[in-house]
Design a protein around this ligand. Structure first.
Ligand SMILES: NC(=O)c1ccc[n+]([C@@H]2O[C@H](COP(=O)([O-])OP(=O)(O)OC[C@H]3O[C@@H](n4cnc5c(N)ncnc54)[C@H](O)[C@@H]3O)[C@@H](O)[C@H]2O)c1
Ligand SMILES: CC(C)[C@H](C(=O)O)[C@@H](O)C(=O)O
Ligand SMILES: [Mg+2]
Length: 355
């Protein structure tokens, strides 16, 4: 039986890094008993241009027989005008909601050869090894929202950070389970000094934690957590937080590893998994062939592990990335001083050569 992988390259550097990821996926499955069938579809800005919507029916239909989705990135200045539901990003949010992928796993691990690219002191940067579990299908991204104007013509807008008990509980269970497989420490991040949704979040953490007596639990407010991530990143194992806080903290944490181009993600939930690097479409470097493909390639490792269940191939991809870096391969975002700079395609070749 073959697994169906839906490939959604998207916009900007999305197609470049997705091409790299697909090459590595095909290579990793050579000689494996696992077979895949891939089909490529439109999402985001390109889908808007072709179909007038950011998540067209043809793409949605392809999801029905999919076992996993591999995505590049969506968005760009061309589509920054226009109403919210006709933005490329709305297609990505609808995709996540449709797939029910409520737990977004964002591992953040420093490679020792890249410590010079990190803004942290070497002795701190080398200890960065944490996992952000970001709630992905709730909160302000999906709550009631409105734009309008009052009787005096004064405009207003609001977005609601809504969470149900079930939405909080299920992502916490994923996070506690992940902590159990790691260093058994869980930091729950909220804004319980201000927000009711955070106070509910904290109460449910307390409740779920009673089933995980072996996992040490701490609560941090999101503002001081943002600071602690930079000052004491080694104090974190698993961080779990709501959608918007997780979005912001994961870009911050990415920088600790040297570049946002390094970070992969797996979005998991009730059914098929969605795999994407955490970065965006990077309009400032799109079309130049210099994007770092490693976040997308490491997302393939997560796809191999969580959706295709070939753990040995997943580990080999991760090792190939580590070896390519150890042998000096640096895309522009990672390069410092005398480093040789490689293109997206050359970085991919280096990874393939070390697989
Ligand atoms: N998952 C997604 O599809 C996703 C994620 C984030 C942002 N976006 C969208 O992307 C667009 C641009 O957003 P942004 O500029 O705020 O964030 P971005 O992540 O696209 O870029 C931020 C900075 O990081 C750099 N960068 C990002 N990925 C890189 C890579 N692989 N290699 C080298 N450098 C890289 C960019 O050049 C830029 O300087 C927006 O439309 C945004 O909504 C999409
Ligand atoms: C593009 C945007 C909707 C998206 C998000 O905020 O979730 C991105 O920033 C991410 O981190 O995947
Ligand atoms: Mg983001």
């Amino acid at each position: 039986m073959a697994y169906h992988i839906v490939v959604l390259p998207g916009d900007g550097i999305g197609p470049d890094v997705t091409r790299a990821a697909v090459q590595v996926l095909e290579h990793a499955l050579k000689g494996q008993s696992v077979e895949i069938v891939m089909s490529e579809h439109l999402i985001g800005g390109k889908a808007l241009d072709t179909y007038g919507v950011p998540l067209p029916d043809v793409t949605l239909e392809a999801l029905h027989k999919a076992d996993a989705v591999l995505l590049g990135a969506v968005g760009g200045p061309k589509w920054d005008v226009g109403p919210g539901h006709l933005r490329p990003e709305a297609g990505l949010l609808a995709l996540r909601k449709t797939l029910g992928v409520y737990a977004n796993m964002r591992p953040v691990k420093a490679f020792s050869e890249l410590l010079d690219a990190s803004p942290l002191r070497r002795e701190i940067a080398q200890r960065v090894d944490l996992l952000i579990v970001r709630e992905l299908t709730g909160g302000a991204y999906f709550g009631k929202r409105e734009r309008g104007s009052d009787a005096h013509g004064m405009q207003f807008a609001y977005d609601t950070m809504f969470y149900s008990e079930n939405e909080i509980r299920r992502v916490l269970i994923t996070a506690f389970d992940a902590a159990r497989l790691r260093r058994k420490k869980l930091t729950s991040v909220d804004k319980a000094n201000v927000l009711d949704s955070s106070r509910l979040w904290r109460e449910i953490v307390q409740d779920v934690s009673s089933h995980y007596p072996d996992v040490e639990v701490e609560h941090q407010l999101v503002d001081s957590c943002a600071m602690n991530l930079v000052t004491h990143p080694q104090s974190f194992d698993v961080l779990v937080t709501e959608n918007l806080f997780g979005d912001i903290l994961s870009d911050e944490a990415a920088v600790l590893t040297g570049s946002i181009g390094m970070l992969p993600s797996a979005s998991l939930g009730q059914g098929i998994g969605l795999y994407e690097p955490i970065h965006g479409s990077a309009p400032d470097i799109a079309g130049k062939g210099i994007a770092n493909p490693l976040g997308a390639i490491l997302s393939v490792a997560l796809l191999l592990r969580y959706s295709l269940h070939v753990d040995d191939a997943a580990t080999r991809v991760e090792q190939a990335v580590a070896k390519a870096i150890a042998h000096g391969a640096r895309t522009k975002d990672l390069a410092r001083g005398q480093d040789d700079v490689v293109t997206t395609d050359q970085m991919t070749e280096r990874v393939l050569a070390h697989y």
